[in-house]
Design a protein around this ligand. Structure first.
Ligand SMILES: NC(=O)c1ccc[n+]([C@@H]2O[C@H](COP(=O)([O-])OP(=O)(O)OC[C@H]3O[C@@H](n4cnc5c(N)ncnc54)[C@H](OP(=O)(O)O)[C@@H]3O)[C@@H](O)[C@H]2O)c1
Length: 336
């Protein structure tokens, strides 16, 4: 496998975490970083020993020594920069959500297809061994037939995140920022239970508390999914809740007290899934992750770049999740 030379678009929180991940990856090399300002690009390049710092995203895309681009801007800018990166012949790993709507995602996927480049939405939790173990447990019938899913991802953001997430022009709101993990996980459970790839709900309803700026600060959703599974989702960016996953089946339940997306599990270490058979004692299953999530993600892109899609995070998967998010956002009042 040849090493991928990465160019990073933006210098915010997640760009820094990904840069550290590439440093720890086996098949990634930090080649360049771009910022809207020269100073931020230089500072970031110094911090992560990146050889090239560009004061515009365009300049990085013109660099022939960059193979793959990581798009780490606020959501609303993903579409433009993922398309421009693909048109510059770069492979693209784009932060979640790939775009604001499924229709926008079609345009990005079309650009990747036309330019014959790799494209993946950066849902790193899908690659974590805990998530893979959860899928195996459902597939092997550890809790019988799945009936219900309960998933929460919600946090009280700091000033920087609150500004970005409160701004409708940047694609603000909790549903797009963290609710996207809830829909992704609920759909994954349905997929594992039914074998249907890129599965989509048959019904989506929801409610939200909207901010004065008109974005969802706290939202709940209900999905009816193939396999006759009902999922309740909860997310928000101004409210601390206990993040968790609970999956109830006809012969037992699975409980994930710390899902793979939480901050603590981004580093290598041990996570757990609690399997409780109906009427039985809980069995705490320990799962070891030997690599951090972003190092794993960078290596995953290197491993699948020739296929143009990641098998766990295909273009069909991204579209199915975004269509679900479109419906959830419509249900809570967007577009009215
Ligand atoms: N997968 C994960 O674990 C994870 C975790 C957190 C966030 N994310 C995703 O990553 C993306 C960025 O989140 P973040 O937390 O890194 O945000 P952030 O800290 O606010 O950083 C965003 C960066 O984007 C650039 N940018 C370009 N245009 C901008 C604009 N109009 N306003 C503000 N910034 C702009 C800025 O870098 P320059 O000024 O240097 O260009 C800024 O530092 C989001 O889409 C989010 O969903 C993913």
């Amino acid at each position: 496998m040849t090493d991928l030379r990465w160019g990073l678009l933006a210098t915010g929180t997640i760009a820094a975490e990904f840069a550290a991940g590439v440093e720890q990856s086996r098949h990634g090399v930090l080649a360049a970083v771009a910022s809207r300002t020269a100073e931020r690009a230089r500072d970031f390049a110094t911090r992560y020993e990146i050889p090239k710092a560009y004061n515009s995203y365009e300049a990085l895309l013109a660099d022939p020594e960059v193979d793959a681009v990581y798009v780490a801007t606020p959501h609303a800018l993903h579409e433009e920069w993922a398309i421009r990166a693909a048109e510059a012949g770069k492979h693209v790993l784009c932060e979640k959500p790939l775009t604001i709507t499924a229709a926008d995602a079609e345009k990005v996927i079309d650009a990747a297809r036309r330019n014959d480049v790799f494209l993946m939405e950066a849902f790193m939790y899908r690659l974590h061994p805990q998530t893979r173990r959860l899928v195996e447990l459902i597939e092997c019938g550890a809790i019988g037939e799945v009936r219900a899913v309960d998933v929460t991802f919600s946090f009280d953001s700091d000033e920087n995140d609150a500004a970005r997430l409160g701004d409708p022009a940047l694609g603000g709101g909790g549903i797009l920022d963290v609710g996207c993990y809830c829909t992704s996980l609920a759909r994954l459970v349905s997929q594992a239970a039914t074998g249907i790839p890129a599965v989509e709900p048959t019904r989506v309803t929801g409610m939200a508390r909207l901010t004065e700026s008109g974005v969802d600060e706290f939202a709940m959703g209900l999905l009816r999914l193939p396999g006759d599974i009902i999922a309740q989702l909860s997310c928000g960016y101004l409210l601390t809740q206990d993040d968790h996953i609970r999956i109830y089946g006809t012969t037992g339940q699975l409980y994930v007290p710390k899902p793979a997306w939480i901050h603590e599990l981004r580093a290598p270490g041990v996570s757990t899934i609690v399997l409780t058979p109906s009427g039985g004692e809980p069995d705490v299953i320990e799962i070891e992750a030997t690599q951090g999530v972003y190092a794993r993600e960078a290596d995953y892109v290197a491993a699948h770049v020739a296929d143009r899609q990641g098998p766990e995070l295909t273009w069909a998967e991204t579209l199915a999740n975004l269509r679900t998010l479109d419906r959830w956002r419509t249900a809570v009042g967007y577009g009215r």
